[in-house]
Design a protein around this ligand. Sequence first.
Ligand code: SF4
Ligand code: SF4
Length: 287
Amino acid sequence: MPAEALHLELLHSCPSACLACDHRRAGSARLSLAALAPLFSSPRFKGLRLVSFSGGEPLLHPELAAIMNKAAGAFPAAALVLLSSLYDGDKALALLRSLPAAVLARLHLGSSLDGPAPLHDELRGRPGAFAALKKAHAAVKREFPRLSTGFTFTATRLNAAAFYQTWLEAKKLGAPLGIQFLAPNANTAGLELGAADKKALAAGLKAAQAEAPSGNLAAALDFLAGKPAPGPCGAGTAFYLFSPEGLFYLCPFHKGLTAPPGSESALRRRLPSSSPSCASCFLRCAR
Ligand code: SF4
Ligand code: SF4
C-alpha cells in the first residue's frame, strides 16, 4: 500500500499542560530540517496526500517555516496540516506571513477546543487558554480569510456532556468542530469515558449532527454505538508517524513500536496479532 499520510511530531515542548497529554514528560528532543531530509527524499513518501506538523507546540520550533516549505516542495500533491494550540496569535501570524501563497493555499490550521472557556482552560492546564485561542483564531481569519481552520474536541469524562455547547462555541468562532477520543498514556487515568459520559456525548453529537451533518461526527456516533470498524488499518502502511526523537512509530496506541528511517516498513509486522487497543481504536480501522 503506498504511503498516503506522514505525521511529523516536530518537538515535545509546549507551553500548555493538557491533562491528557504526555509530551510534557517526554524530554527536549526536536526534529531538525536536516534530520527530516531523508524522509523528504524517500521514494516511500513520494505520493503523499497529507503531511501534518505537530508537537508539542510546533510554533516553538525555530525551523518550522523552513520545514513546512521543504515539505511542500517535496510532496507537491499533499495537503499540509499544522496543529497548534494557538496560544500566541502573534507567533501564528508571523509564521503565516512568512509562508508563500502557494503553501498557504494547501494549508489547514487545526487546533484543540475542549469546551467552553472554563472547561477548555481546565483541560489545557493553562488559565486564559480559551481567550488566547479565540483572539489568535480571529486575528488569523482577519488577515488570512481564505485559510482553512478547524477545531478538534478530545472527549474525556470531564467534557463529554459539553460537546454540543463546545460545538456552538466553535460555530461562534467561525470554524467546524471535529472529535477524537483518548489514546491512553500515563496521564489519561481517570479521564476515560464511562457509560453515562458516552450517553451524554452521543446526545451532544446527535444535536450537532441535526444542524450540520459531518462524517467525523457520524463516525464518532458509530464508534460509541460499538459498530464494527469500516476497513483495514493503515498504520505502518498508509500512514506513518515520526517522533521528535527521529523514529517512526506505528500509531498513538502503540508508541512503543518504533523504527529508524529506512526500517519503517517492518513496523507493521511487529504489531501483536491481537491487540486490545485495536479493538477500541477510534481511527476506525480493522486489522
Ligand atoms: S497543546 Fe498539544 S502538545 Fe501541548 S500539552 Fe496540549 S495536547 Fe500536549
Ligand atoms: S487499529 Fe490498532 S494499529 Fe491500527 S491505528 Fe488503531 S490501534 Fe493502531
